[in-house]
Ligand binder design. Structure first.
Ligand code: ZN
Length: 710
């Protein structure tokens, strides 16, 4: 499935919902700037904010990120198996440690196990059984390859797509912005114009590299990556039994087809505007759009309920795909599908295949020097496939009712800060202010974990086949989303598992969602005072709330309908302010290599959320201090003012070391800015920061042309 669901994640680590399987879950276009300790002998360690970690030899008004982070960065180099290492990395390992304990305890093959323990325990046992996987060799793959070899006509291709979507993850993960399914993605999607109903959505797809730029860019670095991808394709074909020359020819066919699909795709800046993807069609129109795809056979195969209409995210993509299906013989498509099978199954097969998959997707593309230990890969896969079952155990152990209550209190005070902010805006008319407040009041705050746990009773998990367990869970999840078509929207749905270190705003549900996994140090620290917590998790809460009012979120109303509630003049005023942000963030990214620039149009929503979110958090802190009879400029026990501690804690929560390869990938594919910009750009737009550290006009952290939307 796949979808352009406009969920806006925080992407601290770009986990996106379990986007961490392999360092690069080969099956997912979402990278994993994953984090966490290097190997299992490391003792999990949570990082706690300490204001004395700053480098006092530096000037905070010159480079606040360096001032706050350079000591931490020097003391915390990136472990060999990681591509991104941040102050949240200790938390990730700690969370995984909790899950691992749960999985190991459940894996003891005892009759007293509950049904849920049997599933998570046997899933874990099968994943960790490397010798069993080695002994099975290519056997688990044979029936899949035989299916592709047996295709008789191009019409059969469609049914094979349906089968792959039922078998291998990556067709779609909740929250993903792009499908990495073969040829096209399909899922149930909340209707843009009637937020109470789910309709069918058909999305562009078909690539194996992170996005279309990797095929189409012509700079030397891009060409080098494509050459290495070709070599990887050949090696993988050889590993499943092809000759060197056949492997080379097949690699060429795959690259030719994927490049053509990349050319046909809508780019990720255009996809950010919901109007561009909300193309409604009838089934008859879809049949005409791409007659070579057997739509009726497909919908029957995936048991899709009748849909009021179909959203086709990118009609031009399907026009081009139709031509491609006609121009290329069946054998080319069989090669493409054979690659899809090998590629998607790779993480679950023998060491030689896992290693080669790592070598290209994690080493070459992301910069990892070695693989994460097996146990961490198995924890990530279990979280992806049986997340709610594992999540219950995580919540029991790691998320207290007190933490939940304090978080909710913070959320309410930050929402109150936005309410005051809206009232005080000089550029917005009373009519639009009223609508904005209606929307703000209706935001649903989901904190920690879902109100109802998913029932996995129909998912069959056995101890003897890892690949088969993955297929069982994939099929369950794919069908669960397809079954929503034609039904009222389930507003209780979460698209992140409870241990996830991330958060999101969903404009179509008008909800903010904070999994228990991020409500831990260094983001939320129950042992710390308000200044520290508002600086870290408070800013993140503000960020998610602002997403409801960024350049994308503002196009949806309180109920989640794509409806314009702005006066024309207010919209114009908004766009001018948004342009200030997108211009500011279109800037060089030295970490990613010479000449690489961030695209401020791609990151505009996230940057707007950072820009406004931190202001809301600071205002909420001020209100909280006031209740205690204190002010922002009072000093705490450690000699820093609360205002200073707020900014220091905020910067600390984003400190990260980043490999150049992943920096390049972030710039190309990720709507989030690099960590250094998430601090320095944000604070240099704020006079409150200059006030905190006595910065003067003309210093780097005092921007002459400061941007502000909210
Ligand atoms: Zn965000």
């Amino acid at each position: 499935m796949s979808t352009t669901r406009f969920i806006v994640v925080l992407a601290l680590s770009l986990t996106t919902c379990a986007t961490f399987a392999q360092v690069f879950p080969a099956q997912s276009v979402r990278p994993t700037y994953a984090t966490g300790g290097a190997d299992q002998t490391n003792v999990p360690k949570l990082e706690h904010f300490d204001a004395n970690l700053v480098d006092k030899a530096l000037d905070p008004c010159d480079d606040f990120y360096k001032y706050s982070c350079s000591k931490w960065m020097t003391a915390n180099p990136i472990p060999a198996d990681q591509v991104y290492w941040s102050t949240g990395s200790g938390l990730e390992l700690w969370n995984e440690g909790v899950l691992r304990d749960t999985l190991e305890a459940a894996s003891k093959n005892e009759a007293s196990r509950s049904a849920v323990q049997q599933k998570i325990g046997d899933y874990w046992a099968a994943c960790m059984d490397e010798s069993g996987i080695e002994a099975a060799g290519l056997k688990p793959l044979q029936s899949e390859l035989a299916r592709v070899a047996a295709l008789k006509s191009k019409k059969d291709i469609t049914l094979e797509i349906a089968h792959l979507q039922h078998t291998f993850p990556g067709a779609w993960q909740p929250g993903d912005n792009e499908s990495s399914s073969a040829l096209f993605g399909f899922t149930g999607q909340q209707d843009y114009d009637n937020a109470s109903m789910v309709v069918a959505q058909i999305d562009q797809a078909g690539l194996s590299l992170p996005n279309r730029d990797y095929y189409l860019n012509t700079d030397d670095k891009s060409k080098e990556i494509l050459t290495k991808y070709r070599a990887h394709l050949q090696k993988m074909f050889v590993l499943v039994g092809e000759s060197e020359s056949q492997g080379a020819g097949d690699a060429g066919t795959v690259i030719e087809l994927e490049t053509a699909l990349a050319k046909a795709q809508m780019d990720n800046v255009k996809r950010r505007d919901p109007k561009n993807v909300n193309n409604k069609m009838s089934l008859a129109q879809i049949r005409t759009l791409a007659p070579s795809i057997d739509w009726d056979g497909y919908l029957k195969a995936v048991r899709a309920p009748a849909s009021d209409h179909y959203i086709v995210t990118s009609p031009d993509f399907f026009r081009a795909e139709e031509k491609l299906l006609n121009d290329h013989p069946l054998e080319h498509w069989q090669t493409y599908l054979r690659w899809q099978v090998i590629h998607r199954a790779a993480p679950y097969l023998t060491k030689a295949i896992v290693d080669e998959n790592f070598d290209f997707f994690a080493h070459t593309l992301a910069g990892a020097e070695k693989q994460r230990p097996r146990w961490r890969r198995c924890v990530a896969a279990a979280d992806r496939d049986l997340g709610d079952a594992l999540g219950q155990a995580y919540v029991d152990r790691a998320f207290s009712p007190e933490s939940k209550a304090r978080t909710i209190e913070m959320v309410h005070s930050i929402e109150a800060a936005l309410n005051s902010d809206i009232q005080s805006l000089s550029w917005m008319s009373a009519a639009t202010k009223e609508q904005a407040n209606v929307k703000l009041k209706q935001i649903e705050d989901k904190i920690g974990y879902p109100s109802r746990w998913r029932d996995y009773s129909t998912v069959k998990i056995a101890r003897d086949s890892y690949l088969n367990n993955v297929a069982q869970a994939t099929s369950f999840e794919f069908e669960r989303w397809v079954a929503k078509i034609g039904k009222p929207v389930d507003r209780a749905e979460w698209t992140m598992t409870p241990p996830t270190i991330n958060a999101y705003y969903d404009p179509q549900l008008n909800t903010i969602n904070f999994p228990a996994g991020i409500l831990q140090p260094p983001y939320f620290d129950s042992a710390k005072d308000d200044a520290v917590n508002f600086g870290a998790i408070g800013m993140i809460i503000g960020h998610e709330i602002i997403h409801g009012f960024d350049d994308q979120g503002r196009k949806f109303d309180a109920k989640g309908n794509l409806r314009d509630w702005w006066t024309a003049d207010d919209a114009k005023q908004y766009d001018e302010r948004g342009k200030c942000i997108s211009n500011e963030y279109t800037q060089p990214v030295p970490d990613a290599g010479e000449g690489v620039k961030q695209n401020g149009l791609l990151t505009q929503g996230e940057d707007t959320a950072d820009n406004g979110g931190i202001r809301l958090a600071l205002a909420a802190l001020e209100a909280s201090l006031k209740k205690q009879g204190k002010s922002l400029d009072d000093k705490g026990d450690d000699g820093w003012t609360y205002r200073q501690r707020f900014f220091l804690s905020n910067a600390y929560s984003w400190c990260a070391n980043v490999r150049p390869q992943i920096a390049r990938l972030i710039v190309t594919t990720d709507p989030h800015s690099m960590p250094v910009f998430r601090i320095n750009n944000v604070i240099s737009n704020m006079s409150e920061f200059g006030q905190a550290f006595n910065c003067k006009a003309g210093q780097k952290m005092v921007r002459a042309n400061a941007c502000r939307v909210w």
